[in-house]
Write a protein that binds this ligand. Structure first.
Ligand SMILES: Nc1ncnc2c1ncn2[C@@H]1O[C@H](COP(=O)(O)OP(=O)(O)OP(=O)(O)O)[C@@H](O)[C@H]1O
Length: 610
């Protein structure tokens, strides 16, 4: 059975909101150089937020836009800013000043926005020069680059302020200010920097605040920077994209592993998958578990050096890996205490305070201190969170919430990693019922205790957005046939193996790290030591687990993929599954059912007990 690795497997309908009555890029009156870049990027029609925001922005209006994750907000502000800079340049070719500033909460996002700017300015020659201030270059180099008056600066608030304070950057001629992921900027603890920046930014600057959620933080930014902005609240319902089908599976902790194994080994999910887990150890536990079956994945978490994280996302987007395992809320939940080694790595890797993490601190379901948790601002340590916020993981067919997040807001952002730009996507979440919590080995992450309460909030929030979160029932009889293999594999993934894998990964990433290159050249013994450690196997490998014997396979053929089944592939039951046949004889067969009136995406797996 061949795994379908091609990201293009996920069909690409028109981008979200690309309706006939909406203008195309031509009608928006964009500069031909920008249009040429759009053609190169295969952007044929603007998404809804682009179609609404670009004309208003070109009229000079301040904009506060709320649009769902993956709806194309970046181009919605980058294009009008570039267009205006080009116009300014053609009116005054001698103009040398930084006129555009884009603020983002993390280095990852700064890098991502810089890439978008670079691609859109591919045909602008030297007419638009941009700089990403979060790049790791020496202060002297950065100063030199700024001395050349780049037209557009992309940065976190802290880096801009530092450069304004040391007079390397002048904001006097600023005309456009963008704050992307506006809801995050303040919750990342940039309050002071933002306040100081608001004094350095001249009055009358055209401002764009972009966010997937409108919060009190966005309101604060609005009053600081905007002059009666046009508020674009683009509800998900308005988006014409295929959207994300959302399913929830109630299961015990050990069944999470069992179902994950079944899903991947039998390729029930087709295309790229992000598995979200509750803490860093879980990343490695799940990775090692999948490795037992020869299933390759990569890991993304806050303790990896920033360059490694960017590299992992890049490789995932290029299709080098099909599965990424991401931990995004470990620090807020207070469950992952970094080891001494990993802490050292964090300190080595975390070059400046703003590079990582965020808090989805509202609606946290915590025992006893829910109110406190609600209003909690993050400490620097807690910023190791929200790894996935705003990151453009491309062509993700499925988000698997192996561990449910602690807030419905975090859930919204996680599932926003799939179904982007109008494509279809699927979110499958494991929920541990409270009576199952702590009953099965390995132990769940502590937050699972509150899964049901969080789920209730998720269902409510998604309901408000017009989305249904549907229950999904695997046929446990069928799945049970795989249980002993799961147990066998889990036995090899000991706590020690997990810790070793975690430490080993950091060691390897540190070796790769550009920053340490010179250090190792001067200290070759240290490098030898690290390399030697790196040869340790993280978990006992059991080659027999890599293959699923025929008698365990519930199918010989595959059913065709209907439009509704995009992102996942069902499989037929056959009479050749000896184990199931025997069980069926004893227990009697269930009848085929439909989920929520729709065809069951995982086909036969819902035919079991409820
Ligand atoms: N008009 C378009 N046509 C085709 N693809 C598009 C279009 N606009 C954006 N995209 C693609 O859609 C994806 C999501 O865009 P983008 O990252 O800007 O979304 P976003 O709304 O900022 O998401 P988030 O809130 O998660 O940051 C990107 O891969 C982008 O290249």
């Amino acid at each position: 059975m061949k795994r379908k690795l091609d990201a293009n497997d996920v069909p690409s309908p028109e981008p979200a909101g690309a309706e006939d009555q909406e203008p195309d890029f031509e009608a928006l009156g964009l500069d031909p150089r920008l249009r040429q870049a759009l053609i190169k990027e295969k952007f044929t029609k603007p998404t809804l937020v682009q179609a609404k925001a670009i004309p208003l922005a070109l009229e000079g209006k301040d904009i506060l836009a709320r649009a769902k994750t993956g709806s194309g907000k970046t181009a919605a502000y980058v294009l009008p800013v570039l267009q205006s800079i080009l116009q300014q340049k053609s009116a005054d070719p001698s103009l040398k000043a930084t006129t555009g500033l884009i603020l983002v909460p993390t280095r990852e996002l700064a890098e991502q926005v810089q890439k978008v700017v670079t691609s859109f300015t591919a045909f602008c020659g030297k007419d638009i020069r941009s700089i990403n201030l979060t790049q790791k270059v020496s202060d002297a180099v950065q100063r030199t680059m700024l001395a050349d008056f780049p037209d557009l600066v992309i940065s976190t608030p802290t880096r801009v302020l530092a450069n304004v304070n040391n007079s390397a950057l002048s904001l006097e001629k600023l005309s456009y200010l963008v704050i992307d992921e506006a809801d995050l900027v303040l919750s990342y603890g940039y309050d002071e920097d933002i306040n100081l920046l608001s004094k350095a930014i001249p009055r009358g600057v055209q401002t764009f605040l972009m966010s997937a959620t409108l919060t009190s933080e966005v309101d604060t930014l609005k009053s600081l920077f905007c002059r009666s902005p046009v508020i674009l609240k683009l509800e998900d319902k308005e988006e014409k994209g295929a959207g994300v089908s959302q399913f929830v599976v109630k299961c015990a902790e050990d069944e999470k592993f069992l179902l994950t194994y079944v899903i991947f080994k039998l390729q029930l999910v087709k295309g790229k998958v992000i598995i979200f887990v509750g803490d860093v150890d879980r990343c490695y536990r799940v990775k090692l578990f999948l490795e037992q079956f020869g299933i390759k994945s990569c890991v993304l978490n806050s303790e990896l050096p920033i360059n490694s994280r960017l590299h992992v996302v890049e490789e995932f987007n290029k299709g080098v890996y099909d599965i990424i395992i991401a931990a995004d809320d470990q620090e807020v939940m207070g469950v992952a205490k970094p080891t001494k080694k990993s802490q050292e790595a964090i300190e080595e890797g975390a070059e400046d305070k703003e590079e990582i993490g965020s808090s989805e601190d509202e609606e946290e379901v915590q025992e006893g201190n829910s109110k406190k948790a609600k209003r909690r601002k993050m400490t620097n340590k807690e910023k190791d969170y929200g790894m996935s916020r705003g990151i453009d993981f491309q062509n993700v067919a499925c988000v698997l919430n192996f561990d449910l997040p602690t807030t419905s807001k975090s859930y919204t952002h996680r599932i926003g990693r799939t179904g982007r730009a109008g494509k279809a996507g699927m979110a499958l979440s494991f929920v541990v019922p409270s009576d199952q919590y702590g009953k099965h080995k390995p132990t769940s992450v502590p937050s699972s205790k509150h899964d049901e309460a969080v789920l209730a909030k998720i269902v409510k929030r998604q309901g408000k957005l017009g989305h249904e979160v549907r229950p999904y029932h695997f046929e446990m009889q069928q799945v049970d046939a795989f249980r002993y293999r799961m147990t066998d594999a889990l036995r090899a993934v000991t706590r020690l193996a997990v810790q070793e894998a975690r430490a080993r990964e950091i060691r390897q990433e540190l070796i790769k790290s550009e920053k340490l290159k010179r250090h190792f050249e001067d200290n070759p013994d240290e490098l030898r030591q690290l390399r030697h450690d790196g040869e340790l196997r993280a978990a006992r490998v059991q080659p027999h687990l890599k293959h699923v014997p025929d008698y365990l396979m519930p199918t010989k053929g595959r059913e065709g993929i209907s439009n509704e089944d995009v992102g996942y592939v069902g499989f037929k039951k056959t009479n050749e599954n000896r184990i199931r046949k025997a069980r069926d004889r004893n227990r009697g067969k269930g009848k085929g059912k439909k989920v929520g009136g729709k065809v069951d995406p995982l086909k036969t797996f819902n035919r079991g007990r409820k």
